[in-house]
Structures are given as C-alpha cells and as structure tokens.
Design a protein around this ligand. Structure first.
Ligand SMILES: [Zn+2]
Length: 205
C-alpha cells in the first residue's frame, strides 16, 4: 500500500469520516508546508503523554508534568461535593462547564449502553458505583444527576444505571434525578444552549 492509500485508510477510521473525505484530508496535507505537518504529527504523538484520564471522573485533562492523577474540577475544593452529574462524554461536560450553570462534580460514563446488547455493558458502571460509594462515605454526596440525552440509548442507559444504583440509593439515602422534562427527545447535551440546559437542570426530577 502506498503512503497516500495508507493515510487515507487511517483517516477513514476517524468518527464520521468516510473514504472520500479522508482522501481529501491527505491531498490537503500535501499542499501544506513541512512545519505545519511537523507540528500536526508532534501534537498527535504528544496526545498520549500530555493528556491523561482523571482517576476520579474519567474525563481527559492536560497533565504536562504528570504530577496529578485527578483533574482540576475534581481537585477544586470550592465546588459542591454533594452533587455528582453523570454525563455520557467529555463534550457534554465541556458544554455544561462553558455555560456556567453547575458547580458540582462530574462523572464521564464514556458512552451509552447500546440497545439489544444488555450483556455487554461497556459504560463505566463499576467505576461509577465505586465513586458513589466513596463519595457517600467521605464527602456527603446527596444527589446523583443523570444528565443523559433522551435518545433510545440514553434512556436505556438511565434505566440500567437506576437499577445498579438502587442498593446505594437505599443505603445512603441518595436522591437520583434525571434531566428528563427539560430536554426534548433526542436533544444532545453537547449542543444544548444555555437556556435549555438551565431549564433542564432546574426541572430535574
Ligand atoms: Zn476529574
């Protein structure tokens, strides 16, 4: 396989990118100068060294020196430890942060539970249970907000998480809420605007 084909194949593995678009990327790169290509290649190479997964909330965060194992949000003592918001992916959390409507802590599930595939839960359910148990014992966690989109996969995930959290809810007297009423069906948290998010959060139940 020549270099053009090989790179085209690699780009076509990116989410949402087909073979035709990936070939356009390759020809675009061929028009750029060497310094651009070098910086791009170095950025990609450094991703794994400089961006880490937070040991508490599982979001990706910049960690140049490798000094801390938790992200700035988890580390921030001025944030409310009594609420934990569970979101599907990093981009959902980033959108909520950008709109400054929430001051508690987060947990990133890493995806939704696919429908018709209940025996392969690839969301971080065990990690979530561990964190909730720890937070309930040490940090007086009072509420878990399931901030998941109302797509079929999102609802499937909410149903599954409600089930696995039931023993912890009963043991620690936790309140478990969803953003249900404020978000219309299929709304993506990642793209929701300020008012939609505010209302969804206010009307959670
Ligand atoms: Zn974190």
């Amino acid at each position: 396989m020549n270099l053009i084909d090989s790179l085209t194949e690699k780009f076509s593995k990116l989410p949402g990118i087909g073979p035709r678009q990936s070939k356009r990327f390759v020809y675009f790169l061929l028009t750029k100068d060497r310094s651009y290509l070098k910086e791009l290649a170095e950025n990609i190479l450094n991703l794994k060294d400089e961006v880490k997964v937070c040991k508490s909330c599982y979001r990706f965060f910049n960690n140049y020196g490798g000094a801390t194992s938790v992200c700035d949000i988890c580390f921030d003592n001025s944030r409310d430890n009594s609420v934990l918001m569970v979101v599907g992916k990093d981009a959902d959390m980033e959108n909520i942060e950008k709109n400054h409507i929430y001051n508690g802590k987060y947990f990133i599930l890493g995806g939704y539970l696919p429908i018709m595939n209940d025996n392969a839960p690839w969301v971080r359910s065990k990690e979530l249970m561990k964190l909730i148990e720890k937070k309930s014992e040490k940090e007086e966690l009072k509420e878990v907000i399931l901030a998941l989109s109302l797509s079929p996969e999102g609802e499937n995930t909410i149903h599954y998480i409600m089930q696995i959290l039931e023993p912890l809810r009963a043991k620690f007297g936790l309140k478990i809420t969803t953003l249900g009423k404020g978000l219309s069906t299929g709304t993506e948290l990642e793209y929701s605007d300020d008012d939609t998010l505010k209302n969804a959060l206010k009307n959670r139940s």
